[in-house]
Design a protein around this ligand. Structure first.
Ligand code: KIV
Ligand code: ZN
Length: 512
């Protein structure tokens, strides 16, 4: 709550704001995204655990599957209120209400651009349609949330008339959508304050990120007294997306001292689920949920972090369900090397550690990233320890694939035993991973909690990187990483690195 005291000199900050999550509606409108009803239900359950106040589950008039998804979500008995989108049309409203929602979100554009080119309506006709729709929706016994689509490109006076009309006809709350991300924080502050004063209703904002201002605009709405903020997980949505739920919530919590119902620890899990099911991957540098959001490479930063994490971390990673990552590369210093080698159970004098650092830096100068498994190999070479001392080594991997899938056969040396296993999979990497897990399961109880394989370059010299999270005997979670050219080898190397790290710590009693 760094700024609450200072902000309170100028603004009347609320104690709490409600989060209206539209991941399943506007988020699903991300070009190229389509979710099945089952996937929407899985996300809705996680959003409920996350603690959002309202889940906009979909736009039921658009398809049978969409109606089914909304209706099944309504039957889940979640704590969040379930809402559906409807145009200001009786049929849309009926279809939404019949799906079983408690809230209906009706919208009609108010800007001249939309009235003229899309709706072909006069302003007066628009006002009439807004009031008819709201009266009708209220008569069906639901909570009505009205959005003046394209509000921020609507003439100021007419926008206020539209919002007043909606309020007077019974809308329970009013939303100001920045439909094409055209607003700036000062304008949003003004619109929200006027709308609140004029209507006396709870005010929401729905900001798009076309100019990269969605979060800033949403926060300035809170400064002006907005009670409801529309947002999507990972900021997915039409075009450049919507305001990111995780960014808004963490900023409110940390910088503004304004509460939400969000359980911050569920943020990362929710983000990963949404990325997985929508196929919209999270940029590495994205705030809060990006892979690098809590990763440190440069020597000065790692030195600071090891002294006290708050030197270079605005929040503790655990607050949002994440962990810190120390990465080595050309910017590293000796402290990173010392720290990571100790994590691998490798102890060496300063001169040798510096030799490892020099090797890491020269690989970095050649543009090569050095993941965990590679750092360990470099260090072992420097101290003259043979790779034969590895707890697990890959002896053989044979993969065949065709258009129907792949078969992998793997041979591992675990301790002084050779273990062999096979598996099928829909791709060579997945078949290899599951053959590896079959082989390992005969010797130890390893659970793969999560994994990802990314292609990091699109040149013919394709580079892949993999990261896995695993447990042994339901211990705490350990991470393994690897980089290389072949996805099958890369994922296997990452799992072996994770297992070795976990085994080392279960013997040595260290931490992840
Ligand atoms: O961006 C927008 O204006 C919308 C409305 C339906 C609220 O998504
Ligand atoms: Zn929108």
């Amino acid at each position: 709550m760094a700024w609450r005291k200072i902000l309170s000199e100028d603004y009347n900050l609320p104690e709490r704001v409600s989060i209206f999550d539209t991941t399943l509606r506007d988020g699903e409108q991300t070009p190229g995204v389509a979710l099945t009803p089952e996937e929407k239900m899985e996300i809705a359950i996680q959003l409920d655990k996350l603690g959002v106040d309202v889940i906009e589950a979909g736009f039921p008039i658009t398809s049978r599957g969409e109606w089914k998804a909304v209706s099944e979500i309504c039957k889940l008995g979640l704590s969040a209120k379930i809402c559906a989108l409807a145009r200001c049309e009786k049929n849309d409203i009926d279809v939404a209400v019949d799906a079983g929602v408690e809230w209906v979100h009706v919208f009609l554009a108010t800007s001249d651009i939309h009235l003229k080119h899309k709706l072909r309506m006069t302003r007066e006709q628009a006002l009439e349609k807004i009031s008819e729709a709201i009266e009708y929706a209220k008569s069906r016994g639901v909570i009505v949330h009205y959005s003046a689509e394209d509000a921020t490109r609507t003439g100021y006076d007419f926008l206020m008339r539209a919002l007043k009309t909606a309020a007077d006809t019974g809308a329970d709350s009013l939303d100001i959508p920045d439909t094409v991300g055209f607003a700036v924080p000062t304008a949003i502050r003004r619109i929200v304050s006027s709308a609140k004063r004029l209507t006396g209703k709870p005010i929401a904002v729905h900001c798009h990120d076309d100019m990269g201002l969605a979060v800033a605009n949403s926060l300035s709405a809170v400064e002006a007294g907005a009670e409801i903020i529309h947002a999507t997980v990972n900021g997915i949505g039409e075009r450049a997306g919507n305001a990111s739920l995780e960014e808004i919530v963490v900023a409110l919590h940390t910088l503004y001292g304004v509460k939400t119902g969000i359980n911050l620890q569920e943020i990362y899990k929710t983000s990963k689920l949404v990325a997985k099911l929508t196929g919209v991957w999270i940029p590495k540098n994205k705030a809060i949920v990006g892979e690098n959001a809590f990763a440190h490479e440069s020597g000065i930063h790692v030195h600071g972090i090891l002294g006290s994490p708050e030197t270079y971390e605005p929040i503790a990673p655990g607050l949002v369900g994440r962990r810190r990552k120390i990465v080595v590369g050309k910017h590293s210093g000796i402290h990173s090397i010392d720290f990571l080698l100790k994590e691998h159970g490798l102890y060496m004098d300063r001169a040798k550690a510096k030799e490892v650092l020099e090797k890491v830096k020269s690989l970095g100068d050649m543009g090569v990233r050095v993941p965990d498994a590679e750092l360990k190999t470099i260090a072992e070479e420097v101290i003259g320890k043979s790779k034969g001392n590895r707890l697990i080594s890959l002896k053989e991997l044979e993969v065949t694939s065709n258009t129907n899938g792949a078969t992998a056969r793997i041979s591992l040396e675990i301790g002084d035993e050779i273990v062999t296993a096979m598996s099928l999979g829909h791709s060579p990497a997945i078949a290899s991973l599951s053959a590896l897990m079959n082989a390992i399961s005969s010797k130890m109880n390893v659970k793969l909690i999560d994994f990802r394989i990314d292609a990091t370059s699109y040149s013919p010299d394709l580079t892949c990187e993999a990261e896995v999270v695993l447990t042994i005997d339901d211990s705490s979670e350990f991470v393994g990483e690897a980089v290389g050219h072949d996805p099958a080898f890369v994922i296997i190397t990452a799992v072996i690195a994770g297992i070795e790290r976990a085994m080392l710590y279960s013997v040595g009693g260290g931490a992840t």
